[in-house]
Design a protein around this ligand. Structure first.
Ligand code: TRH
Length: 381
């Protein structure tokens, strides 16, 4: 009998909530033989990360996952054996009552946002008492052995290494996006929120000695790119050249193709949570635009990650990387910080691969969830 899982996803903003839950749902099916229902309140967002999806269907099967529109009002159904409330999205009251009424109660987990902060390790796996005598466990993704780990498919790194060693496969993939690699150019992907530091940085790249090919998937940062280029609305396929910099707008592609884009580039600018993790699996230097939070709460998270990430860098490389990440997230002075980053590029490149290996040496998040369930079962028995 396959273990049944219900994953609830409420799309707050952007694509991170659905991106993470869709990735997890697929992996639980593909690698752990689970029967997964993914409840999503915004099917249009789901169709962005899964282009073959039907944004109108109340029920559909994608990659072995039963994807259900989260109905309002809720319609009664039998709860699964494991219930994941992603990012504290609040389960329907009637569903919680149905969980409490079951003879064998489900394991209820709140899958939290990713953070490298120290307190996460101490809170990971803790229960909280809920009405009806139920318990809800906090499950924190993270970068240390004390946390729930990171999402990483079993074959991911082998696929990535094979792809990066195969120039023809890279060229064919880029061609499928309408990209032809310019001789001698560094390839850079840009996925970010609106950012005041972009214009000066693009000017710097346009004056650089090495040509840069900047690939920008359709999204929020396009308005800044457009303003710097001084052109009208940019759409997928648009290409513009300014000095040493060529800018090309790409369509928003499915998640597996976005991975390949990250694997193809020498530098990836990523944002939020899921693209940030995927850039780490690419083994290439990255610049993270963290999701801005009220009262600047995101700065602590940025610092916490930098503390881990920079720990094994030389003081010079650590200071260059920190300055660039700070500037990018403050929305100013990235251009001033960039030459120091370029000066330590070989070290940053080697470090990106080492960091990837370090993180990949730990069990991935789906495996840890599955283990958590098994431990909980044996404890409850
Ligand atoms: O879209 P985001 O900004 O999501 C954010 C974060 O998750 C943040 O933590 C959360 O609080 C906020 O939403 C509400 O960035 P993120 O997390 O990188 O998610 C983007 C998803 O889109 C990711 O799964 C990768 C995917 N993607 C594609 O599938 N194709 C593409 O072409 C691109 C550029 C991204």
């Amino acid at each position: 009998m396959r273990v049944t899982w219900d994953i609830f996803c409420s799309v707050v903003d952007n694509y991170g909530d659905i991106g993470v839950t869709w990735r997890l749902a697929r992996q639980l099916v593909a690698e752990h033989e689970c029967a997964v229902r993914l409840w999503v309140d915004d099917l249009a967002a789901f169709a962005r990360v899964c282009p073959q999806a039907d944004a109108q269907a109340l029920v559909q099967w994608q990659a072995g996952v039963e994807v259900r529109h989260w109905p309002q009002p809720w319609q009664a159904c039998e709860p699964a054996a494991v219930v994941i409330e992603a990012f504290a999205c609040s389960l329907p009251g009637a569903y919680v009552e149905a969980m409490a009424a079951k003879a064998v109660r489900p394991l209820w987990l709140n899958l939290e946002y990713l953070s490298a902060e120290d307190w996460v390790g101490g809170c990971h796996g803790l229960p909280s008492l809920q009405p009806g005598g139920l318990q809800k466990f906090f499950f924190f993704p993270g970068f240390t052995a004390a946390t729930g780990g990171l999402l990483r498919e079993a074959a991911l790194l082998a696929e990535r290494c094979a792809f990066q060693a195969d120039a023809a496969a890279q060229a064919a993939f880029l061609a499928s996006l309408g990209v032809e690699r310019l001789a001698g150019a560094q390839l850079v992907s840009l996925f970010a929120y609106e950012n005041g530091a972009l214009a000066e940085w693009l000017s710097l790249l346009s004056e650089g000695a090495v040509p840069t090919q900047l690939l920008v998937p359709e999204g929020r940062v396009l308005a800044d790119v457009q303003a710097w280029l001084g052109v009208g609305p940019l759409q997928a396929g648009a290409q513009h050249r300014r000095g040493a910099l060529q800018v090309q707008v790409l369509p928003f592609v499915e998640q597996a193709a976005y991975d390949r884009l990250l694997w193809s580039c020498e530098l990836n600018l990523v944002r939020g949570e899921d693209s940030f993790v995927r850039a780490q699996w690419a083994g290439r230097p990255m610049l993270w635009h963290i999701y801005p939070q009220e009262e600047g709460a995101h700065w602590d998270k940025l610092e916490a990650f930098l503390a881990h990430y920079c720990a094994s860098l030389s003081p010079q490389a650590a200071s260059a990387l920190r300055a660039a990440w700070h500037a990018w997230n403050a929305g100013s002075a990235l251009a001033q910080a960039w030459p120091a980053v370029q000066a330590v590029w070989p070290e940053l490149l080697a470090h990106a691969e080492q960091w990837c290996e370090l993180q990949a040496a730990r069990p991935d998040l789906a495996r840890r969830l599955e283990q958590f369930y098994r431990n909980w079962l044996s404890y409850a028995a």
